[in-house]
Design a protein around this ligand. Structure first.
Ligand code: AMP
Ligand code: ZN
Length: 466
């Protein structure tokens, strides 16, 4: 069955047919590195990871690009306040971002272009727009995109968001990257150097300055993926103006369709409210790790809601992730024991096809989890009845691994068992070997007091969290 996705461009669920299959070019707007990414940002990046992993599961050859916005108004303010250099300031948050990405088991994008390393490409794109008469230099040395000229060329501004030009305030001009949604304004492609920019500026044919945010993404995506490519993703707040402006800049410069499928993830709320530092409901990934949650639990939680539904994140919900994952871990653990008896494998289990049918339907993740937990129930039942052969168990494990190549939650590994607990378990094994059962029992009690039970299985002792 074919994959269907909701395309913001057509406002409908469409069959996914990339421009040059099996290749897929995919661009996701990356982080603005002025602070640690928050859990809302991570919802969008985990969604983008799900898309990448599922396309790869479907045997597409994905080139995944994610930019790093490392020059922008908030960054410049941060550099000034921290009295440091641009590279040093953004570098710390970029490093933290990729460490967090690993914690959440997101696959690393193949290309991670930084805006500050693509100033030449950005300038050349602006020059193209100026040459076509769609962009103009203003008196202050900044360069703006003219929405009127663009529309005058027969181009459509408002492809993602249907715009009613009569009702909107049009014809204004903004230097800010994030302007009011009710205005259709000429936006800055190049911002003339201002005193508060300090030493953050580059030379250009239009004078010293720095790029606007929107043009960055057009320049870097087209550099890596070509003038037309398959998938562009981001959070829903980026639809307008950021993505609309990306389309205008790119199509204005090349005259070709920019992106075939636009995918947007809905936002995350915390306890039903928009996250904000003043409300005390603002969490970075690190805040949640400090509360004792694991990356895997957070990833699971972020993957429970459909990407087009607002996700209400709660700490209580995150607790629920622990229980859900423990059910999967226990089932997979038992399968490993049963499968270990002989290594043969039998044909594919229907877990994979049912899981895939759910995700083919515009990434219906709730249905996909439904399939997984039904499989867990079924498998547990068969193991309890002793009716699962070792080859069936091996095939089931194989199927689980295929499914998990998309979910990316893995199974609890020894690595997650604290070293102290592992050392105690080893000491107990040694005591048993030496027939010092009193000592072995004492260690068992100590483990229990620390929240772990040890079970003796045919494959040796196994640790389980209580
Ligand atoms: P930024 O670093 O602000 O450019 O944002 C990075 C990504 O996070 C963008 O795709 C945003 O759309 C997305 N984003 C920001 N806030 C939220 C939120 N509350 N829920 C989901 N995604 C968000
Ligand atoms: Zn972007």
């Amino acid at each position: 069955m074919g994959l269907k996705l909701f395309n913001t461009l057509s406002r409908s669920v469409q069959e996914f047919a990339p421009l040059a299959p099996p290749k897929v070019g995919m661009y996701c707007c990356g982080p603005t590195v002025y602070d640690f990414a928050h859990i809302g940002n991570w919802r969008t990046f985990v969604f983008s990871d799900l898309v990448r992993r599922y396309l790869e599961f479907k045997d597409f050859r994905v080139t995944h690009v994610m930019n790093i916005t490392d020059v922008e108004d908030k960054i410049i303010r941060g550099v000034r306040e921290a009295k440091t250099t641009l590279r040093e300031f953004t570098g710390q948050y970029e490093t933290a971002f990729f460490a967090d990405m690993k914690t959440l088991n997101c696959l690393e994008p193949h290309h991670k272009p930084r805006a500050t390393e693509h100033i030449a490409e950005i300038i050349s794109l602006i020059e193209k727009l100026v040459a076509r008469g769609i962009a103009y230099e203003a008196a202050d040395g900044s360069v703006y995109f003219s929405i009127e000229k663009y529309r005058g060329c027969g181009c459509n501004y408002g492809q993602l968001l249907k715009l009613n030009f009569d009702e909107m305030r049009a014809g204004e001009r903004v230097k800010s990257d994030e302007y009011a949604k009710e205005s259709v304004a000429d936006f800055a492609l190049w911002k003339a150097r201002a005193p508060e920019d300090g030493d953050i500026f580059w030379p250009s044919p239009f004078g010293e300055g720095r790029p606007g945010w929107h043009i960055e993404c057009s320049a870097m995506s087209m550099k890596v993926l070509g003038e037309s490519f398959d998938v562009h993703l981001g959070g829903e707040d980026l639809i307008f103006p950021h993505h609309e402006d990306e389309i205008a800049q790119s199509e204005g410069a090349t005259g070709k369709p920019f992106v075939k499928y636009w995918l947007h993830g809905a936002h995350l709320l915390v306890e039903g409210k928009k996250m904000s530092k003043s409300l005390g409901n603002f969490f970075t990934l690190r805040d949640l790790l400090a509360k004792g949650f694991t990356g895997r639990e957070i990833r699971y939680s972020l993957l429970t809601a459909h990407y087009r539904e607002t996700f209400n994140f709660t700490l209580e919900g995150l607790q629920g992730a622990k229980t859900a994952l423990a059910r999967i871990d226990e089932c997979v653990g038992k399968l490993r024991e049963v499968a270990g008896r002989d290594g043969q494998q039998v044909g594919p289990a229907n877990l994979v096809s049912r899981f895939s049918a759910a995700l083919d339907d515009d990434l219906n993740i709730s249905a996909a989890w439904g399939v997984v937990f039904e499989w867990v129930r079924e498998t547990n039942k068969r193991i309890a009845e002793n009716s699962l052969s070792s080859s069936e168990a091996a095939a089931a494990l194989d199927a689980w691994e295929k499914v998990d190549s998309v979910l990316g939650i893995g199974t609890k590994s020894e690595a997650e068992i604290p070293a102290e607990i592992l050392a105690l378990a080893e000491a107990r094994t040694a005591a048993k070997k030496a027939k010092d059962f009193k000592c072995a029992d004492a260690i068992r009690d100590e483990l229990k007091a620390k929240g772990w039970v040890i079970e003796d299985t045919p494959k040796g002792p196994k640790l389980k969290k209580i």
